[in-house]
Write a protein that binds this ligand. Structure first.
Ligand SMILES: Nc1ncnc2c1ncn2[C@@H]1O[C@H](COP(=O)(O)OP(=O)(O)O)[C@@H](O)[C@H]1O
Ligand SMILES: [Mg+2]
Length: 255
């Protein structure tokens, strides 16, 4: 069984940080093989995981579009795209990494995106776990290049704006009829109490809170120093918070 976890939220809310820590935590819990998907065009998940820049699916798609004849004779376009995706998967630090990149150039991508989605679904099925770091607009989920997911984590700050964004993401999920098994809220960089008004605003999103990641000075300094979050000490508050969330998901038999 594959469990696909998509991380969604407003820009700057902590999606990439959470996605990186989820990868680390899942591998440590033995959820392997694991695939990390950077679905944010302003990609930085590889950076947070200490993985060098890599060829993206967007680049591959563009190369294929500008040179359709590059598909070898006797190979279907489907098979060829699947092979090209495999070539774009980097292996590093105990898991695999795929970067979606940008949708470049004008014109219609429907056909190629459909093929891509089918190939991505097939490939993700070969993994035990998939973590998808989404862009703020849920674009990849809506174009469905990443297909259905079992778990969606909505990351936000414990602010009124955070609660509104969470509500909007839930709306968008329903409006786009995204195939999401279960959606949870994750409050990031939060240490204190919500207070009645905020608690109420978050309750109105209808989302269950999976956990809280405190503001962790080590996360901030690793970011400034450009160090991989995989190198954070095991007792860092953020690492432990994500472990607790995974424990809860595990107890609920969701991972
Ligand atoms: N729990 C945390 N503690 C300290 N800093 C954090 C935490 N979560 C995120 N940050 C910092 O906040 C900034 C935005 O986080 P990031 O994960 O890149 O957000 P997003 O991917 O949603 O845009 C980064 O500089 C990151 O290091
Ligand atoms: Mg990000």
């Amino acid at each position: 069984m594959t469990v696909r976890i998509a991380v969604a939220g407003k820009g700057g809310s902590g999606k990439t940080t959470l996605a990186a820590l989820l990868c680390r935590g899942l591998v440590e819990r033995g959820v392997k093989p694991l695939l990390a998907v950077d679905a944010d065009p302003n990609s930085c998940l590889p950076d947070r995981l200490g993985i060098p820049l890599q060829h993206t699916i967007g680049q591959m798609r563009e190369e294929l579009r500008s040179d359709p004849e590059s598909v070898p004779k006797g190979v279907s376009k489907h098979e060829w795209i699947e092979q090209l995706i495999h070539q774009d998967i980097a292996e590093a630090n105990g898991f695999d990494m795929l970067v979606m990149g940008r949708q470049e150039g004008p014109g219609c991508y429907c056909y190629i995106n459909n093929v891509l989605r089918e190939c991505m679904e097939k490939i993700s099925g070969q993994y035990r776990g998939v973590v998808i770091d989404n862009e703020a607009g849920l674009e990849h989920l809506s174009r469905r290049t990443s297909g259905e997911v079992e778990i969606m984590l909505v990351v936000c700050h414990a602010t009124a704006v955070g609660a509104r964004t969470a509500a909007r993401i839930v709306e968008m999920r329903d409006h786009l009829q995204l195939q999401v098994g279960q959606t949870f809220l994750v409050l990031n960089q939060f240490d204190g109490n919500l207070g009645p008004e905020l608690a109420d605003a978050f309750a109105r999103t209808g989302l269950e809170t999976l956990g809280v990641v405190p503001a962790d000075p080590l996360v901030a300094s690793f970011d400034v120093e450009g160090r991989s979050l995989l190198q954070l000490p095991a007792d860092s508050t953020a690492v432990r918070a994500v472990h607790d969330m995974l424990k809860m998901l595990n107890e609920r038999r969701l991972i």
